[in-house]
Design a protein around this ligand. Structure first.
Ligand code: TRP
Length: 335
């Protein structure tokens, strides 16, 4: 049986929240336990500095993200778990790919276009505050992925375009050079890939609408109570499919409990009651990992050692692979 290589990254730009957990961390850890899968997970700290200029925040977030993955049960002997910046070959490959990436392709990237649109809407120059890092973000992401010849990349729906770009870039490389990059595919979970936040928009640091994954029980309860609902009274039927409370429920409950809650919505469950049950469900799953997380946050030496172990394992592949790429492109000793 041939193994499938799966890879995903989390940007170290903030504190992991429920959306990260449901959309990326939880499915990734399940994958890593699957015998047929070889999993690569990493902390995208070079991606973080594109947006975050506060060194303390990047550093703190790196510890938080790493501790989160370990606390959620990632087996670092099975999966390769590393920090992007510990693998210099990724940066080398990034440059190589930059040389093969059409500028026109990057012009179409949603993240870049959103910045341009926001600038124009405010009457600014189109490129105000747009850095080359932001512009070529998808190239670095392609380097992350192509470096390990990943087949499958679990991501949120908002990242699908980046995967298409990585395929384009890989295709172009394969046409010109004898390297043979694998064409990666995005894997987007069905209904819970992008969790909604407190205000009903996508849960995201940039909207300030997140529920931090390992906040205290008390705060978790408070956050859940803050989820925006409508003004329907107890007894009035409620629409499950447009409710953030129900959407988060779906992400944590099994099939039968999802069906029960759907019925409860139809029967007019009070918002307060639905939120109480949601808190209990989420807290039950997070209680154990939360304890472990708090321990790890007090033991950065252990977390660092785990990351260095992962980097050493990753570089067994990246060092010879980058050598092969360089040679294929004509960069090799003269004799
Ligand atoms: N851009 C991704 C995000 O914001 C993070 C990321 C960086 C990533 N490199 C990656 C995800 C490679 C998958 C594969 O979510």
């Amino acid at each position: 049986m041939s193994t499938i290589r799966t890879l995903t990254g989390i940007t170290t730009s903030g504190t992991p929240h429920l959306g990260n957990y449901v959309g990326a961390i939880k499915p990734a850890i399940e994958d890593s336990r699957n015998e047929a899968i070889q999993a690569f997970y990493f902390m995208a700290d070079y991606h973080a500095i594109i947006k975050i200029r506060d060194p303390e925040r990047v550093h703190q977030s790196s510890l938080e993200v790493a501790a989160t993955w370990l606390a959620c049960g990632l087996d670092t002997d099975r999966a390769t778990f590393y920090r992007q910046s510990d693998i210099p070959e990724i940066m080398e490959l990034c440059w190589v790919l930059n040389c093969m990436t059409a500028k026109g392709l990057m012009n179409r990237a949603h993240a870049y276009k959103a910045s341009v649109d926001a600038n124009l809407a405010e009457g600014n120059d189109a490129d105000t505050a747009v850095t080359m890092g932001l512009f070529s973000y998808p190239v670095l992401m392609a380097a992350d992925i192509l470096m390990f010849n990943a087949h499958k990349v679990p991501v949120g729906r908002d990242q699908v375009q980046h995967l298409e770009m990585a395929r384009d870039i890989a295709d172009r490389m394969n046409h010109h050079y004898k390297v043979g990059f694998t064409l990666p595919e995005a894997v987007v979970g069905d209904n819970v890939a992008v969790l909604q936040g407190l205000d009903g928009r996508k849960m995201s640091k940039s909207y300030d609408n997140t529920i931090p994954l390992f906040e205290t029980e008390k705060r978790l309860k408070k956050s859940i109570n803050k989820i925006k609902t409508n003004l329907l009274e107890p007894g009035e039927p409620k629409d499950a499919d447009t409710s953030t409370v129900f959407q988060i429920w779906q992400a944590f409950a099994d099939e039968s409990r999802i069906a029960e809650m759907r019925k409860a919505f139809e029967n007019g469950i009070a918002w307060g009651e639905a939120k109480k049950q949601l808190f209990e469900l989420v807290n039950e799953e997070l209680k154990g990992p939360r304890e472990r997380y708090l321990e790890l946050m007090q033991d950065p030496g252990f977390v660092e050692a785990e990351l260095l172990k992962g980097a050493a394992k990753a570089r067994e592949q990246t060092v010879p692979f980058m050598e092969k790429v360089r040679r294929a492109m004509g960069i090799r000793p003269l004799i």
